[in-house]
Ligand binder design. Structure first.
Ligand code: PHE
Length: 340
């Protein structure tokens, strides 16, 4: 019994001078399930029966003593915290927020737009949710036309006639319908296709399409306009070639290639060892399209072209994976701070 009294006396001393941590450290050490108070309570079983009552009182009192100290510690922590809050100097300037940078797609789109603006093209925009007529039928792509397979898209269940546009040619249709001629527009915007996502394809991408309709517009105008564009975009040394192609809305149609920027035309992985990379589709607007949009095809002719901004950006910056554009990883995005 005497030993117990002595032990408790020592612990009280220890508790009084406790300053090696906060209230929680104290609670764990003294009041927790494995704490000292619990352990010393266990001593009761060794106390002789005649002393049990006195020992019980002693231990209880010790417990209350430890709890009081815990409360005092808790109180002082709260006071300290309040002190800190009150110490905040609200007149100090705020933290600097890091400045973001333009997305590479935006940089290249702006560049493309500004080149064509210098040639007198105006920017036209239209809805991303389109109807069948503006996206397909008006463009000589009637229902069941096999070329629709190349541009499978997402349909809106609310109305089977609505879909996510597969190209911004739909904006050109809307512009032609207005009937104000001549027309000289470029249509930048987001388009959608039902494709499996990979390094080279995504279910959405961005386009800039162009349309020029007036009297006596010829294929020579088309070639010269696009040649000017690539020289401004990629430099004066770039070469172009046109390959015959097929689009239902243009006749004749062509695909335009530029000499490979990576190997300078010698042949490398990027150009699949041909020295050329395809960058856009183009052609003379099909007379049936003009008529569908209420334009006299005997009086007017026109050319149209369309390119994927992602593709131009990948060539310009040598980016190998299309998915990087939509992952929003700042380590990728912050590399494009400067204008092209
Ligand atoms: N609309 C075509 C596409 O998205 C591109 C194109 C536009 C081709 C104009 C020729 C003329 O694939």
């Amino acid at each position: 019994m005497e030993a117990l009294v002595q032990q408790i006396e020592n612990y009280k001393q220890e508790i009084t001078t406790f300053n090696s941590g906060d209230a929680e450290t104290f609670r764990i050490k003294y009041l927790g399930t494995k704490g000292l108070v619990k352990t010393i309570m266990g001593e009761m079983k060794n106390v002789a029966p005649e002393n049990k009552k006195a020992a019980g009182q002693l231990l209880n009192e010790f417990k209350l003593f430890a709890e009081a100290k815990y409360e005092a510690l808790q109180q002082s922590t709260t006071n300290n915290q309040q002190q800190t809050t009150n110490d905040t100097d609200f007149t100090l300037p705020g933290d600097n927020l890091p400045l973001g940078s333009r997305h590479p797609i935006s940089i290249v789109r702006n560049k493309i737009v500004s080149i064509f603006q210098r040639l007198g093209f105006a920017v036209a925009e239209g809805p991303e949710i389109e109807d069948d007529f503006h996206n397909f039928s008006a463009l000589n792509l009637p229902e069941n036309h096999p070329a629709r397979d190349m541009q499978d898209t997402f349909y809106i269940s609310q109305n089977p006639d609505w879909l996510l546009r597969t190209h911004t040619s739909s904006v050109q249709v809307r512009e032609m319908e207005k009937g104000k001629l001549p027309i000289r527009i470029i249509c930048p915007g987001r388009v959608y296709r039902n494709e499996t996502i990979s390094a080279r394809a995504h279910c959405f991408f961005h386009q800039v399409e162009g349309l020029y309709i007036a009297e006596k517009v010829s294929f020579a105008d088309l070639k010269q306009t696009l040649y000017f564009f690539v020289q401004e975009m990629f430099g004066k040394d770039v070469k172009v070639r046109f390959r015959p192609s097929y689009f239902p809305f243009t006749e004749p149609s062509a695909e335009m290639d530029i000499s490979c920027l990576i190997c300078g035309g010698k042949g490398c992985n990027v150009c699949k060892h041909t020295g050329w990379v395809e960058i856009l589709g183009c052609g003379m607007v099909h007379p049936a399209v003009l008529e569908n949009c209420g334009i006299d095809s005997n009086k007017y002719t026109g050319f149209a072209f369309g390119m994927g901004i992602e593709r131009i950006t990948m060539l310009k910056y040598q980016i190998k994976d299309l998915r990087l554009f939509s992952e929003n990883d700042v380590r990728f995005l912050k590399q494009f701070t400067s204008a092209v």
